[in-house]
Design a binder for this molecule. Structure first.
Ligand code: 6GU
Length: 300
């Protein structure tokens, strides 16, 4: 997986990404990261890349030309580093080109399938695990980080394939969102997670939130570890963990339960919770939600 980040703050991306698990993946060559400083493509000679918005209003807008030049040079470089055979094969499968047409190098660049370019913006589609999974299948991903009041719409229309937000709040720029996305995508690339940090049973993989974890000591400041975890009975441990996941999801993200398939044991547990037979207390609102959920969903 090759990541390219167009930004005004390349050092922020480099620092953030060359650390911990993703840093190790880059060192191993499983992931590559290249940052492109948009300021290097200033057309005014003094390094400026922003200007006042037409129509007035507060703040500055990033100009189209520096962003476009940064993009064009990147694409040119990316294709230069690809074997000619690979590019030709791509062109032959591109629908608008007939196989008998011969192409000059410059034409090739225009017609080969360009990599996806993700513009980070609060106006985009909200990022989630499904999008991460889908993007993890791409070979190259380009991220475009905006600042100030955004980027001139004309260059966005010309080069952006996806507009993505990471949630309903406003940040100062696209750098952190791009790193959030790259982290979520990179950890699904084979080999990036070792067995020790493998994500097989993590939140969202089964649509539920993760169950609580405990480690030594057995009693910490008077608080004991749940006894079932010390029992050595794997079936009971699995059931307890599943129940904890169900309970947590009900309490903090109830809407997630609407897409989860419950088996017989799940339903029994949730019914026991609903009818105060489990020792777990629910608010009236949670009881109301759970009651409706159990009435509507059929056993899987
Ligand atoms: Cl992608 N950019 C900015 N500036 N703020 C955000 C965001 C992106 N996603 C959520 N807030």
């Amino acid at each position: 997986m090759n990541f390219y980040v167009m930004t005004l703050f390349p050092e922020m991306i480099e620092q953030g990404m060359n650390t911990s698990i993703i840093g190790r993946a880059i060192a191993k060559g499983l992931i590559t990261l290249e940052t492109i400083n948009i300021r290097d493509y200033s057309v005014t000679g003094n390094g400026r890349i922003d200007d006042y918005p037409y129509g007035g209003g507060a703040g500055m807008v990033m100009q189209a030309e520096p962003v476009c030049r940064a993009y064009e040079e990147l694409i040119h470089r990316m294709e230069g580093s690809r074997p000619k055979k690979e590019l030709e094969a791509e062109i032959c499968t591109a629908p608008e080109i007939s196989p008998e047409q011969t192409l000059e190098c410059g034409e090739m660049r225009k017609s080969a399938v360009p990599p996806r370019l993700i513009y980070l913006t609060p106006q985009g589609r909200v990022f989630n695990q499904k999008m991460a999974l889908e993007l993890a299948n791409e070979k190259d991903l380009i991220f475009l980080c905006g600042h100030y009041e955004g980027i001139d719409e004309r260059v966005l229309d010309a080069i952006v394939t996806d507009q993505v937000s990471i949630g309903d709040y406003v940040l100062t720029g696209g750098e952190l969102p791009s790193m959030v996305m790259m982290d979520a995508i990179a950890r699904m690339v084979p080999g990036v997670l070792s067995n020790a940090d493998s994500g097989q049973s993590e939140s969202f993989s089964d649509g539920l939130l993760e169950y609580p974890q405990y480690s030594r000591p057995e009693i910490w400041r008077g608080q004991a570890v749940p006894p079932v975890l010390l029992s050595g009975h794997h079936g009971n441990v699995d059931r307890w963990r599943r129940n904890q996941s169900l309970l947590r999801t009900l309490k903090t993200r109830p809407e997630l339960l609407e897409t989860v398939a419950f088996d017989k044991a799940d339903r029994k547990f949730l019914l026991d919770v609903l009818n105060n037979r489990s020792g777990y207390s629910l608010t009236e609102e949670q009881k109301d939600f759970l009651g409706k959920l159990l009435a509507f969903c059929h056993e899987s």
